[in-house]
Design a protein around this ligand. Structure first.
Ligand code: AOS
Ligand code: ZN
Ligand code: ZN
Ligand code: ZN
Length: 390
């Protein structure tokens, strides 16, 4: 790739940061109060805009309803645009009402299923008013004990509810379905893996796509192969990037397995370069919750780690890789990948930033810019101990 092509590719990269990553979140054991953490959607959007201003590659913020609440969604949209960011995916909450104890779309009681569908329909309204493109669904639905409910009936209930909300989606929008093997359900989860998500989506239509959260696989799963398979099927809708060692750890992306993150970006770059339909439509979102980390710095670090992995993947010599593969040169082909991964892309990224008028070292600019101190002064420190606002 020429330098101009590299710069153009880097400038096209667009990540979505989650509103819920800017507020105080914790574990089930404790939520620590971080001085100046965002207290409401306006402050979360403002923080997302700061991450975008410093990085140049985080132009959208994903919302979670009802954690994010306003009277007038178009006012929020205007506020976001004035700060330089757009509204990303809309995430309904199908797990925090008492009614959802036994599930939402899979609940045995039809009245509860209707309540869940009604909430998603409200979220589609929010999507319309904010100009968002993706409705992003994650279900905590599942069972804790064998025999607790009829597994086939639950699948049918999901099919019915999913087709109801899909039918209500505007033409321009997409439904993304996220899977997860366990937690909070520990015997069975209704949408437990990419295959179940994929089977549901095939019945809905072309604007129904799979969302891959990096933390939602059993140990040893080859996530980049899942990504390649879904790309090839035209059903990869997007990512929830985060770092994991054990399960849904929601740590800073790239902090635990940088080579895995690079291999994943390599699949995406190959698909883009080889013109795989839909490869450029994938939504790149971060889904993290920062329990002990400074919020803005954790998000900025995540965004920059994605940029570094992408920049390394752009170094791939695709011709040499395909030639080695065709020749059956196992370690030659692997070596092409290793060479790209080993490239120090930091000088390239610094130069690209300077060319775009961005700080050469965004993390340093964040620290030296006094953002945290100002937020702490203006917003104060929330009362610690409680869970996330619901
Ligand atoms: C839950 O484990 C999933 O990763 C969700 O995507 C997400 O963290 C939550 O719904 C917040 O929107
Ligand atoms: Zn997720
Ligand atoms: Zn997750
Ligand atoms: Zn999660």
């Amino acid at each position: 790739m020429t330098q101009a092509e590299l710069y153009a590719a880097l400038s096209r990269q667009a990540l979505e940061t989650p509103s819920w990553g800017y507020g105080d979140t914790g574990t089930r054991f404790k939520t620590f109060a971080y001085p100046g953490a965002a207290r409401n959607v306006w402050e979360r959007v403002a923080d997302a805009a700061t991450v975008h201003r410093l990085s140049g590659i985080a132009p959208r913020v994903a919302l979670h309803i009802p954690w994010d609440r306003v009277d007038d969604w178009s006012e929020l949209r205007g506020f976001a645009e004035a700060q330089g960011v757009g509204i990303g995916a809309i995430n309904p909450n199908l797990f925090q009402r008492d009614a959802f104890k036994l599930g939402s779309f899979g609940h045995p009681d039809e009245a509860v299923r209707k309540e869940a569908v009604a909430h998603v329909l409200e979220c589609i309204e929010v999507l319309e008013q904010t100009g968002a493109k993706d409705l992003s669904l994650w279900f905590a639905d599942g069972l804790n004990y064998a025999g607790q409910d009829d597994l086939r009936a639950r699948k049918r209930r999901f099919e019915d509810a999913l087709s109801e909300v899909y039918a209500a989606l505007p033409e321009r929008a997409r439904l993304l379905l996220e899977y997860k093997p366990f937690e909070p359900a520990f015997y069975a989860t209704d949408v437990a893996d990419w295959g179940m998500a994929y089977a549901h989506l095939l019945k809905l239509g072309e604007r129904a796509l799979v969302l891959v959260d990096l933390g939602h696989h059993l140990p040893g799963a080859n996530v980049e192969q899942i990504v390649a398979f879904l790309l090839s099927e035209g059903r990869l809708g997007g990512f929830h990037f985060n770092g994991r060692r054990y399960a849904d750890d929601d740590l800073i992306v790239g902090s635990t397995d940088p080579f895995g993150l690079f291999c994943l970006y390599a699949e995406l770059v190959l698909a883009e370069r080889e013109g795989v339909p839909g490869a450029t439509e994938v939504s790149y979102m971060i889904d993290q919750s920062h329990a002990i980390e400074p919020k803005l710095e954790a998000m900025l670090r995540s965004v920059l780690n994605c940029q570094e992995a992408y920049a390394k993947a752009l170094q791939l010599d695709v011709g040499a890789l395909r030639a080695a593969q065709a020749a059956g040169d196992v370690l030659g082909a692997h070596g092409v990948l290793r060479d790209a991964f080993a490239t120090d892309v930091r000088p390239l990224l610094r130069a690209w930033r300077e060319a775009r008028g961005l700080p050469a070292d965004p993390l340093r600019a964040l620290r030296e810019g006094g953002y945290d101190a100002r937020n702490a002064r203006e917003r104060g420190t929330a009362a610690a101990g409680g869970g996330y606002p619901t």
